[in-house]
Write a protein that binds this ligand. Structure first.
Ligand code: IPE
Ligand code: IPE
Ligand code: MG
Length: 247
């Protein structure tokens, strides 16, 4: 099991449940987002210990702009603080940080922290941490599709992998094929996250709210992943054909 965990796994997480976690404790929703940042720290450490090579975290969706202005402001304040305060520790721990998503609607102060954190951590080789901000998978796919008009439409229809560089360009960084997609908070949906990249991802939904998720839950998720059989459309490797078809 340990050796399987050492494979080059890409784990993606929809960090959901901050608001409900706070409201259940009689706290404002922003307290849930603040507690959620502490979970991010724990989970990054857990990912390093478990040998995960890529971790993509859904921090703010393009649809989250429709939340009350004060909540959006608080989330971006926390994101900026996270980037400013964590960049050095991430650098020390060998973590390379990239932000995926649209950048044209982000405030200059947020862009500055993103640029700083990305360049400070550029040499990290233990874990690639991707944070999705103003992210919409449909938007990224739609923008990548615009590029198809200019290049290789026939080749891409024969080999969809040729679409990947266009998608990478639209995301601002490589999205990467997802192995395990976890959603906390009890909902069983993808909410426009990594739709292309999760084509063969194993999906794991947990009722744990994001602020209460920890390294142990991440390790348990990997164990569950290791119990799954991924077939990618083929038949199981141990299948023995017992009936000879005469069709
Ligand atoms: C996820 O938690 C964080 C963001 C979407 C930014 P929510 O804020 O969606 O928490 P719930 O789902 O309302 O509990
Ligand atoms: C998805 O959570 C986005 C993030 C976790 C950043 P939402 O709470 O926005 O998703 P819905 O609205 O429940 O689908
Ligand atoms: Mg939610």
């Amino acid at each position: 099991m340990q050796s399987k965990q050492r494979e080059r796994l890409h784990v993606a997480i929809i960090m959901d449940g901050n608001g409900r976690w706070a409201l259940r404790r009689g706290l404002p929703r922003v307290a849930g987002h603040r507690a959620g940042v502490a979970t991010v720290r724990r989970v990054v450490e857990g990912a390093l210990d478990l040998g995960i090579v890529r971790l993509t975290l859904y921090a703010f969706s393009s649809d989250n702009w429709s939340r009350p202005g004060s909540e959006v402001q608080s989330i971006f304040w926390l994101l900026r603080a996270f980037l400013r305060l964590e960049a050095e520790r991430l650098q020390r721990r060998g973590v390379r940080l990239n932000v995926i998503g649209r950048r044209d609607r982000l405030a200059k102060a947020v862009l500055r922290e993103i640029d700083r954190a990305e360049s400070m951590t550029a040499a990290g080789s233990c874990l690639h941490l991707c944070v999705a901000i103003d992210y919409s998978s449909r938007d990224a796919i739609a923008r990548a599709a615009v590029g198809v008009n200019a290049s290789l439409p026939n080749e891409i229809s024969r080999s969809p992998d040729l679409f990947r560089p266009l998608l990478t360009q639209a995301l601002g960084a490589e999205g990467g094929e997802v192995d395990l997609l976890i959603r906390t908070g009890g909902e069983k949906r993808l909410s426009d996250f990594l739709l292309w990249e999760s084509a063969y991802a194993e999906l794991l939904f947990t009722d744990r709210m994001w602020p209460e998720f920890d390294e142990t839950d991440l390790a348990a998720a990997l164990e569950e992943f290791n119990r799954r059989e991924r077939r990618f459309g083929a038949v199981p490797t141990n299948t023995v054909e017992s009936v000879t078809s005469t069709v």
